[in-house]
Design a protein around this ligand. Structure first.
Ligand code: DP6
Length: 430
């Protein structure tokens, strides 16, 4: 508790941070210690109202004899701090030490124990990566709790120490992570390419695919890739630099055809690099492959009527889930097409099973007019000439609809505002 006011929350902050999904993939480190990548990357930040991490950091100011201690709860479970999180906290505490050395009047927080609780608002069972949003959120909340007052770019560089992709979750909209060239990593930084309002029609459908196998974690996977894949070297030198320029241009011009082609080619190459790793790494499964075929065929058929080369772009991270980037006006048709290819068994059911499966995408399911139904049937028939329907029910576990969103938010700091803390006054996770 605070020595004068008796308030446990005065040196506490609660923050939320978004998930990001890359369209130019980060895969490979040139320095594990500094967390520097072998190539630049670019991602879209997804709306935190759908997918977010939330973290409370409390500085226990009246604790004695527990210097530089920290306790962590993830989704309510006490967890050991990883080496990376320990390093991140040490760096941020060192910044507080410097601040206190400059100004003797500010409270001594640098070596006080920290209580950290973090939760995700999306089910871990959904198989969505939470390290980017989680580590971005941690760095953002520690900055507030220790009153460091760092600018977002500096918090981003700190978040990177926790997980590479986390550095991009410090910004909303469209975000590049420039690999940089300096040995100390000072020019390896994330920057906003365009804000979340730049391309209002852009949105995402996440098709959560059932995975029976446990995947290889990104950190270990990319390390093996760096050590063994000659294709990665080609990607780093001859492919990504041009793609970064081209996709930034496509985003600036809201040129969906170019954006989509680069996105799909880069996802394909990332998974090709995984296959070129020795021993190989498989992230895509038969559900993912079928999604790729379906989207490819749909784009082809659709281009005859809408004159666009691509209507949907797919991308896959280190797992079988498909992230589809598309424009809002195309969501209803694409969702119905996906439904007709992946029997889910919940359409006939009612209530919570349907809500859980579709989430917000449910709003797009409403039956259209007769003419829409007929043109969709014709489209489906045309697409089915080129791609088989998925036989078994349950290939997809759920569908998440979301839009492009903003960067981290402070939900509450110090004594102000409603009670957003993830801790009780006694310091027990709620
Ligand atoms: C496939 O950021 O999870 O999602 O830096 O080792 O923590 P570490 O890896 P991580 O890797 C993300 C890989 C990816 C591509 C991307 O997000 O750019």
């Amino acid at each position: 508790t605070h020595p004068e006011t008796g308030n446990a929350r005065i040196y506490e902050a609660t923050a939320s941070a978004p998930v990001n999904i890359a369209v130019i993939k980060y895969w490979g480190k040139r320095s594990e210690a500094l967390m520097l990548p072998t190539n630049s990357s670019l991602s879209l930040t997804l709306d935190q109202d759908q997918l977010q991490s939330k973290t409370t950091v409390r500085v226990v100011v009246d604790a004695d004899g527990k210097e530089n201690d920290a306790a962590l709860w993830l989704n309510g479970n006490r967890e050991k701090l990883s080496g990376r999180v320990t390093a991140l906290l040490a760096r941020m505490r060192a910044l507080r030490v410097a601040k206190e050395a400059k100004d003797a009047s500010i409270p001594h927080l640098a070596s006080k124990p920290l209580l950290i609780a973090s939760v995700n608002n999306f089910p871990t069972a959904a198989g969505l990566a939470s390290s980017a949003s989680g580590l971005a959120c941690l760095a953002f909340a520690v900055n507030a709790a220790l009153q460091l007052e760092l600018p977002p770019a500096d918090i981003s560089a700190l978040a990177r120490l926790g997980s590479g992709s986390a550095c991009r979750s410090l910004f909303g909209g469209f975000v590049a992570w420039d690999m940089g060239s300096k040995p100390d990593g000072s020019d390896s930084v994330a920057r906003q390419v365009a804000s979340e309002t730049h391309w209002p029609n852009m949105c995402a459908l996440i098709l959560v695919a059932s995975a029976t196998q446990k995947e290889m974690p990104s950190t270990a996977g990319m390390q093996t890739t760096v050590e063994t894949s000659p294709l990665l070297q080609h990607r780093i030198q001859a492919v990504v630099p041009d793609r970064m320029v081209a996709i930034e241009k496509a985003i600036a011009a809201r040129d969906f055809d170019s954006f989509a082609e680069i996105t799909m080619r880069d996802s394909n190459q990332f998974h090709a690099v995984c296959l070129d790793t020795f021993p190989p790494i498989f992230y895509l499964n038969h559900v993912s492959h079928r999604v790729i075929s379906l989207i490819t065929m749909y784009n082809q058929v659709k281009s005859k009527s809408n004159g666009r080369k691509y209507t949907v772009a797919y991308t896959f991270d280190a797992g079988p889930n498909a992230v589809l980037y598309l424009l809002k006006e195309d969501v209803a048709e694409v969702l119905r097409l996906v439904n007709s290819y992946f029997p889910n068994g919940v359409d006939a059911a009612s209530g919570s099973a349907v809500d859980e499966y579709y989430g917000l995408s449910k709003q797009f399911l409403k039956a259209g007019s007769k003419t829409v139904e007929e043109s969709e049937k014709a489209l489906e028939a045309e697409v089915s000439k080129g791609v088989k329907k998925f036989e078994e029910s349950g290939g997809l576990k759920r569908i998440i609809y979301t839009t492009i969103g903003d960067g981290p938010r402070i939900l509450g700091a110090g004594e102000a505002g409603e009670d957003v803390s993830l801790f009780t006054d006694a310091g027990v996770p709620k």
